[in-house]
Design a protein around this ligand. Sequence first.
Ligand SMILES: Cc1cc2nc3c(=O)[nH]c(=O)nc-3n(C[C@H](O)[C@H](O)[C@H](O)COP(=O)(O)OP(=O)(O)OC[C@H]3O[C@@H](n4cnc5c(N)ncnc54)[C@H](O)[C@@H]3O)c2cc1C
Ligand code: SF4
Length: 326
Amino acid sequence: MRPFTFEKARSSEDALSKKNSDSHFIAGGTNLVDLMKKTIAQPQQLIDVTGALSSEVNLTNNILTIGAMASNSRVASDKIVKEKFPLISQAILAGASPQIRNMASSSGNVMQRTRCPYFYDISTPCNKRNPGSGCSAIDGANRMSAVVGHNGQCVAVHPSDFCVALSALDASVSIKTKDQKDIKIPFTDFHKLPEDTPWLDNHLPDDAIITAIEVPDNRFGKHTSYVKIRDRTSYAFALISVAAALDMEGKTIKNARLSSGGVAHKPWRWLEAEQFLNGKRVSTEIFEQAAQLAIRDLKPLSENAYKIPMLQGAIVTALQNCIKPL
Ligand SMILES: Cc1cc2nc3c(=O)[nH]c(=O)nc-3n(C[C@H](O)[C@H](O)[C@H](O)COP(=O)(O)OP(=O)(O)OC[C@H]3O[C@@H](n4cnc5c(N)ncnc54)[C@H](O)[C@@H]3O)c2cc1C
Ligand code: SF4
């Protein structure tokens, strides 16, 4: 590991004033420290933001505000989150382990980097770690990789479970820039596809800090499900995950949300399937038709075509779980 300095920031303004191109913010450290040990991240300066940002979770004026430093455990166990935003709680609890969730912050979770094995193996080409060097996964071990939204530059998937739920619920990311501007980025626009800049995971400007995540109060509190399929039932990232939320009127779907992890460089919304479900009376048949719409445009790689039937099944299961209380 390269030597680095460590400073504690007292506020978001203080953190931003200390930041330069060779520094990294650190929160729980559960991702960044691993990256530093492997020399994938080599900051000269770490700025500890744990005392600089809110760790509160509040519902005010119909907006749930999750402070950037609210730990994943804190958010998942929050009474209001469990009652009104259960999808968030279900998704967080499907990830990592209790110990990691205790340390992991909300902003760190949103900013965590891909788990593509080549990104962590510094002896291999990887456009995300070493721009322009190539992508080892495209013709290599790609069973965990993307099936949609990928290109010849990078086929990695975003690893977070929390983010899949947030992408389904109209969340936004509140950021502050060095010139003290407060900006909200819609969650679905926060992460990006590889495009020509696969080394960038999201649209957070270099000179900005995440201060909170906001989720508008919604009518998805009663019928939600997070289905995660993985190699082990604990301590493993999603091969496929599905966040489903239905706003129901009797047995008719007023508004549907379907989002997935493990399929793309960003949490992926199945917008066509959502549109199809809106206004329909629930039945296994329409759930199967929605799943069929979702898988229609997938482009699997050499080792991950198994994700197509897996996704299809996970969508149907998640939707069926949503209506179990009916
Ligand atoms: C063994 C293991 C298993 C895991 N399994 C899962 C899983 O199944 N599902 C899942 O979703 N996650 C999983 N994780 C990932 C875990 O959720 C993340 O490591 C964690 O959420 C990162 O949060 P942190 O606070 O520790 O971030 P840190 O490691 O401190 O930081 C991560 C990144 O976020 C940046 N950052 C942090 N705060 C801010 C801020 N306020 N503004 C701007 N940038 C910021 C840092 O600069 C850094 O680049 C796993 C991790 C491990 C180690
Ligand atoms: S998929 Fe992306 S992260 Fe993985 S080797 Fe290719 S460029 Fe690197």
